[in-house]
Each structure stands twice: as C-alpha cells, then as structure tokens.
Write a protein of this length. Structure first.
Length: 464
C-alpha cells in the first residue's frame, strides 16, 4: 500500500523548495546585499502581470506543447516575477491558463499519475525576485531567452536518447520538437544491418499460413485477405491508421524472374472483376483509417481510371496524382517505354487532412528503382515509400499497407519511427516480409497468438 501522502500544503512547500535549484541563472541578476531572500510561493495566476515589452513570442502550437509537457511531468519550474510583473514564464502562464480553462489541475512533480497533490485551483508556483533593479529585470527578460538559444545539441547522443524513449513507448512529441525536425532527427535511428532494399529469396515452402499475425517489434504483419474487413481489423488490433501507403496489383499480369516464376495474386482479372476487387480493397482501408488520414496508392497508368474510381467510390477524396520518375526506362512492347509510375494521393474526408512537410514538395518524385526486382515484380525502393510517409505522418504514427508485397513499407516505417500494419495474402511473401525485417533489424519476429519466434514456428511447419 502506498504511504499516505503528506499534507497538501507541506508537500507543495517541499516541491517548491526543490524548484530553487532550477533557477541558478536568477542569482546572477539578484543583489543579495540589497534585496530580500528569494521567495517561492503559490499564487493566483490572475495576480500575475505580463511584461508589456516582452519580445519573446509564443505560437499556439508551442503553448499546447508546453501544456502537454506540464501534464506529463508536473510543474517543474516556477514563474519568475518582480513586483508581480512576469520576468520568466509568459509561455508557461499561457499554458497554465489553457489547462485550467480545460478544467484540469496543476500538479508538482511527479505529477498526477504518481499521486501528487495539486496546487490550489487557479494557482501556480511563483519565484519572487523583487530585489532586482529595473535594469536587472529588463536584462533578465532578454538574457533568459537568449542564453537558452546559445546552447547546442550533441546530435548522436540526442538521437540515442530520443530513439530509446520512442522504443520504450514514450510519446516523443512531448519533447518539444517540430514534427519535421523530429522526423529528421530519427531518420537514421532505424539504420539497418542490411541494405534497405535487400530482400531474401522467396522460400520453397512457406512458414506463414493464412490467419497468422507476426509481431515484428512495434509492427504487425498478417497473412490475410485485404478485402475482408475482419482481416483488416485483426491486423489493426483495435487501432485506426494515421496513414495508408499501398501498392495493389496492377492487373497487368506481372511475372517475376525467379526460378519459381513468382506471379502476383489477383493481377490478371477481367475489367469488371478488377474494378470490384479494387473497390472492396479501398472500402476496407477506409473503415480502418482515422478521419483525415492520408492515402497514397501506387498503380499502373493503364488502369488509372479504374484506380481513381475505386479510391473515390471507396470514400476517399482524390487530391492529386504524383509521379515516381525512375532513373531508366523499362523495356516493354508498347510504343513508349515506361519510366514512371503514378501515385494517387488523397485522404479520408471525415477530418482535416494531415501534412507535416514544408510547402516546397513537388508532384514529381525522382528515386532510383531497385537494382534488381527478381524477388517481387513491382518491388519499390524504400526511399520512394519513406518519402510520403515522412510528409503525411509523424513519428509514432500507424501506417497501413494492405498489399504488403516484399515488405518495403515495413522497412520504411522501421527507418523513420512509424508503426506498420501490413496484410499480405500470399504466405510466401509473408515469409519474405518477416525475414527481411529480421535481417534488417537483427530482431526476432514472434507469432502474435503464441509468442513463439518465427524460427520456432518454422521448425514445426517446414519438413526436415
């Protein structure tokens, strides 16, 4: 049983005393011979007066981040005032007002989740520096902000810390980085043990069977039918997708170049049958996505009209068509040899669509295709999948791909800190996906239902 907490007043006093060590910079501006001792107290926020000439600005998004930080960690700092006028903590005060306005309470460390008692409603910790001269006060307002800007980061140590926090399940959005900066920080955190575009050869006898779900770190891969809502729900495991990036069959009867002549399932249908197939796939993805979730669909121009109809009739808004331009053409039997693949882009219109990149992105994507594609006929380079993931999702978001193929989306998500949910109907390619991830990360996939490793399941299912 947890010991009875200290009386609220004594606990707040103790917490306030701990805050003194946070403000060494204040002492630089404090004249201890002329001024009184530093006073810490809990005061009504309505009694605090913003400094009219404070040059530091705070956006609404930053105030929201400060509020989220206070909720998570408790109130670890105090607002500094001189004669009631704020010298340090304008953004903090705005965040506190936001929390109180939402009916929440303010807690000292370690916060509400650890049983701390709240500050009195409408109050916040305040450090009184009334011994400052007017000049010291004005100088501190500037110095407090400017001195913080002079600090730098050890990028490798920062990346290590943030990566470990993310892997431990901590919400790294609370760290205060902009989404794009956080993505850039983590883009090399998932550096692999193998070349990102390498994939193992398809097995002669697959380990996976329809219905299997493999847990690959924070990712889930299911051997199942992307048209079935129950299969999609199983791989989602109670969550909704923040983004969809997928590469359905093109209905062009692709044949792989391996000795087994691996072909893509559902890739040689009659026109009306293929239209129904695509519509069902998009309808299933729609149900599994959050409102506003983006969707990117790689496809063949020869079936462009069918793909566009399926996306729109499936409930999504079609916003644009991007074009992946390859470094060289692909020899074929048509008059013009293909050197591009279109990518439909849109979102689920039941919410505001999400965009996390800057405004300089183009509809033309220039990425080299893999040096070899004999493992899967339409295998994409990780870079061309990672690009839209970075643009339309944040670190920790959930990305759905209901046509897993050789697992490119999984590797892209592993690299940039997203959580992948993949469906692949073909057990052989399910094995390719799992073994590709294992080779890239050095980690072991486990069966979601039994907890046994992929190798342990293989030992019972493969002869010999």
């Amino acid at each position: 049983m947890r010991p009875k907490p200290a009386e609220p007043k004594s606990q707040r006093a103790f917490s306030l005393a701990l805050l003194v060590s946070q403000f060494a910079v204040v002492a630089v501006f404090f004249d201890y011979e002329k001024g009184p001792a530093v006073q810490l107290s809990s005061r009504s926020i309505d009694s605090l007066i913003p400094y009219a000439r404070n040059a530091r600005t705070h956006s609404e998004s930053q105030i929201a981040q400060i509020a989220a930080s206070i909720e998570e960690f408790g109130m670890v700092g105090a607002i500094v005032v001189r004669d009631g006028v704020i010298a340090k903590g304008h953004g903090t005060l705005a965040a506190i007002r936001k929390l109180y306005g939402a009916g929440k309470r303010l807690y000292p460390p370690p916060g509400r989740s650890r049983g701390a008692d709240p500050f009195p409603d409408g109050e916040a910790p305040v450090l009184d520096a009334s011994g400052w001269t007017e000049a010291q006060f004005r100088a501190f307002v500037i110095a407090d902000n400017q001195l913080a800007l002079l600090a730098g980061w050890d990028d490798e140590l920062l990346r290590l810390e943030v990566t470990e926090l993310r892997d431990d399940g901590f919400d790294v959005d609370l760290l205060g980085f902009e989404a794009v900066d956080l993505a850039r920080l983590l883009e090399h955190a998932g550096g692999g043990l193998t070349d990102e575009d390498d994939a193992p050869a398809p097995p002669e006898v697959p380990v996976s069977a329809v219905g299997d779900v493999w847990q690959c770190g924070s990712h889930r891969v299911m051997c199942g039918d992307s048209l079935r809502g129950d299969s999609v729900a199983t791989v989602m495991d109670g969550y909704l997708a923040d983004l969809i990036v997928t590469d359905p069959p093109y209905n062009v009867a692709y044949v792989g170049k391996t000795d087994k002549h691996m072909t893509i399932r559902n890739d040689a249908m009659q026109a009306d049958e293929f239209a129904r197939f695509l519509l069902a796939a998009h309808q299933a993805m729609f149900v599994a996505a959050k409102g506003g979730a983006g969707i990117y669909v790689f496809h063949a121009d020869t079936e462009g009209l069918t793909f566009r109809r399926a996306l729109v009739d499936g409930g999504f808004r079609l916003a644009q068509c991007c074009v992946w331009v390859k470094q060289s053409l692909v020899l074929g039997r048509q008059d013009y040899h293909w050197q591009h693949e279109p990518v439909l882009y849109g979102w689920k219109p039941t919410g505001t669509h999400r965009w996390y990149a800057d405004r300089s992105q183009s509809t033309v994507w220039s990425f080299d295709r893999p040096a070899r594609n004999d493992l899967h006929p339409t295998m994409k380079p990780v870079a061309v999948v990672e690009y839209p993931i970075q643009n339309s999702s944040r670190d920790g978001d959930l990305v759905l791909d209901t046509f897993g193929g050789s697992g490119t989306t999984l590797i892209a998500c592993e690299k940039c800190g997203r959580h992948a949910r993949l469906l692949e109907l073909d057990p052989i390619y399910c094995d390719v996906i799992v073994e590709r991830w294992q080779a890239f990360t050095g980690l072991r996939a486990t069966h979601a239902a039994t907890g046994t490793t992929f190798e342990e399941v293989a030992a019972t299912r493969r002869p010999g």
